[in-house]
Design a protein around this ligand. Structure first.
Ligand code: PLP
Length: 398
């Protein structure tokens, strides 16, 4: 048996590998630099082009590009008309922003439990959380695998709820052949550097609904319109006139970020293909290891995986998740945990959320960690990660 690096053995690799990272090449850099030496550096032709590209990719009529996935969710909450006294239902196994978007508009996040095998929000649990205050569902395509769209759509239609899909992980994924972007009332994307394509930061909201689109446009630019049909004062005031007609924010994306994203989108298919290859290699490597539980894949979702989660079967191991995680780190494979259930955080605890709310999510959280997954990984990198997992499992096997 190989001695673990954490106990003084030789690490499986010399340099550290991280759980995710961007891939920015010379074409991307040229695209950004062209914009920087041009006339528009914020909100110019590249943003318009990006909105067209994303709408086409997602099969949606409209797209509004913003400066982060968090702003996308905030704008979606505004466009949905959420306000104080309203409730939204979301998952605890997500980044905090999926729930925070309710708080931004004074509404209350309610946490539904997750499916113990896919880790996505469980439609049965959504139904149990519905009250006469529920106005929306924010369903997260966790790791890139689409939620149970048809069931959630049915529930939303039955109870007159707005369906917001948090697709921060799932750009490039298709469900029953339909692209993410065409499945919910509003689809929110993120372009943070660990995501499948990046703009440094960035986000977008896709919708087919013209009314929601108009509200999204206003929300991301101060509630200001240049459309004479929407104005009261103009044109009497003069041709310079624009009017603020609602409360909005400055959530605009710069043109150089949009240029980076337009360039990155050209590589989405190859990024996607490489992510799928790595997922397949991991799945095969862990298939005969009962100590490692992998996320169940549903056939409807042709998934571009953003994260690869291993869940430790702690009954079969003589270590804690923390010991396993630290051992991976000592082998120079830096993992991360996605996610601490949102309501565990002090901010939520102080609002009265208690542990025990979502038993499946809490159980899953105890054993999970994300191992490296990004397109620039070489086959050797992938082999090193598998080697590290196997080495540690062998050491701690009961
Ligand atoms: C599921 C989910 N929702 C929302 C966000 C927020 O996106 P951003 O970091 O672009 O604000 C993230 C990003 O980390 C995320 O993973």
């Amino acid at each position: 048996m190989e001695k673990l690096a954490i106990h003084g053995g030789t690490p499986v690799r010399e340099n550290k590998i991280f759980y995710g990272r961007q891939w920015v090449d010379d074409d991307d850099i040229r695209a950004v630099s062209d914009v920087l030496s041009g006339d528009y550096i914020t909100c110019g032709p590249m943003v318009n082009e990006l909105e067209k590209n994303l709408a086409k990719l997602g099969g949606a009529k409209y797209c509004v590009v913003v400066n982060s996935g968090t702003s996308a969710l905030h704008c979606a909450a505004i466009a949905a008309g959420l306000k104080e006294g309203d409730e939204i239902i979301t998952t605890p196994i997500t980044f905090a922003a999926s729930a925070n978007c309710a708080l931004y508009v004074g509404a209350k996040p309610v946490f539904a439990d997750v499916n113990p095998e896919t880790y996505n929000i469980d439609p049965d649990s959504i139904e149990k959380c519905i009250t006469d205050k529920t106005r929306a569902v924010v369903a997260v395509d966790f790791t890139g695998q689409v939620v149970e769209i048809n069931r959630i759509r049915e529930i939303c239609d039955k109870h007159n709820l707005i369906f917001i899909e948090d697709a921060a992980h799932s750009i490039g994924t298709k469900y029953d052949g339909k692209p993410v972007g065409s499945l919910a009332d509003m689809t929110c994307m993120s372009f943070h550097p660990v995501k499948t394509v990046t703009g440094g930061e960035g986000g977008a909201i896709l919708t087919d609904d013209e009314d929601l689109y108009k509200k999204l446009v206003l929300a991301h630019t101060h509630g200001i319109t240049h459309d004479e049909n929407q104005m009261e004062m103009a044109p009497h005031e003069g041709p310079w006139c624009y009017e603020q007609i609602s409360l909005g924010y400055n959530y605009r994306m710069t043109d150089f970020q949009a240029a980076l994203l337009n360039s990155q989108l050209k590589k989405l298919d190859s990024f996607s293909k490489r992510r799928k290859e790595i997922v397949k290699k991991y799945n095969e490597a862990f298939a005969d290891m009962p100590e490692i539980i992998v996320q169940k894949e549903i056939p409807e979702s042709d998934t571009t995986r953003h994260l690869y989660i291993i869940r430790l079967n702690l009954d079969l191991l003589k270590c804690t998740r923390r010991e396993f995680f630290d051992s991976m780190s000592a082998e120079n494979v830096q993992c991360q945990v996605h996610y601490v259930p949102v309501y565990f955080f002090p901010y939520y605890k102080n609002m009265g959320y208690e542990r025990g709310l979502c038993p499946n999510a809490e159980e899953i959280y105890k054993g999970i960690m994300s191992i490296p997954l990004y397109p620039k990984m070489s086959d050797e990198d992938v082999d090193d990660v598998i080697h590290a997992v196997k080495k540690i499992v062998e050491w701690y096997r009961k």
